[in-house]
Design a binder for this molecule. Structure first.
Ligand SMILES: [Zn+2]
Length: 220
């Protein structure tokens, strides 16, 4: 089996341990993507693609990351130390999606990938450089929901006394008379009860991960 192609996406952040993403092709036939090149204490190494382990909330059955302190759906408090531990006592939070089953294959992948990484850093310095890593661009997907966007756009632009006001809504200027306006203000687009409190529900995402949790699971 040969590695016929390696594609690299450089991260270019000197403060991050994640140096690059990459994909590898075997025998011009099979691609594995989402490998990571990580800066370790003894040099760069390759981490296999992995997924976050999830479990179901005992109350509402929504899936949550194993380190979530609260259910993302219903907000019930969860035991944040519930994950299995490995022999070194570290929580098992990730599982490999694909990985070599012997050291020969691991070394082959690591060698080819790190060589391609060095080559990529050189070619990235040149004019007209194009990254060939296939990306879904999912980091750019985040949008407000239509309801939230409408709420954001409903900004008072003119207040003309107590009788009426003009607001901009869906790119139209609307006049709202005082009676309607009272109704409008009494019925906000969302009440505090149906807006999740981000601090509560996503506690696991904001905490710095402890050493070894992030990428170490990819190493055999
Ligand atoms: Zn729940």
């Amino acid at each position: 089996m040969e590695i016929s192609e390696v594609r690299i996406k450089l991260m270019n952040d000197p403060h991050e341990r994640l140096l690059a993403f990459c994909s590898i092709t075997f025998d011009v036939s099979f691609v594995i993507r989402d490998l990571k090149i990580i800066q370790g204490s003894k040099g760069a190494f390759v981490a296999m693609p992995s997924r976050k382990l999830m479990d179901r909330c005992p109350k509402c059955h929504n899936k949550n990351h194993l380190r979530a302190s609260f259910c993302n759906q219903c907000g019930v408090r969860l035991d944040e130390n519930r994950a299995d531990k490995d022999d070194a006592g570290r929580a098992r939070l990730y599982a490999d999606i694909a990985h070599p089953i012997n050291s020969e294959c691991r070394e082959l992948i690591q060698e080819e990938v790190l060589k391609a990484y060095q080559d990529e850093k050189v070619s990235a310095q040149q004019d007209g450089y194009v990254c060939r890593y296939d990306d879904f661009g999912e980091e750019d997907y985040a949008r407000l929901s239509p309801q939230e966007a409408e709420f954001e756009e409903t900004i008072p632009i003119e207040a003309s006394g107590s009788e009426s006001t003009h607001i901009r809504k869906n790119n139209q200027i609307l006049r709202i008379d005082s009676a309607e306006r009272a109704e409008e203000t009494n019925q906000p687009h969302h009440s505090s009860s149906d807006v999740p409190e981000p601090d509560k529900v996503s506690s696991n995402e904001n905490e710095p991960r402890s050493k070894g949790d992030t990428f170490g699971s990819g190493i055999v």
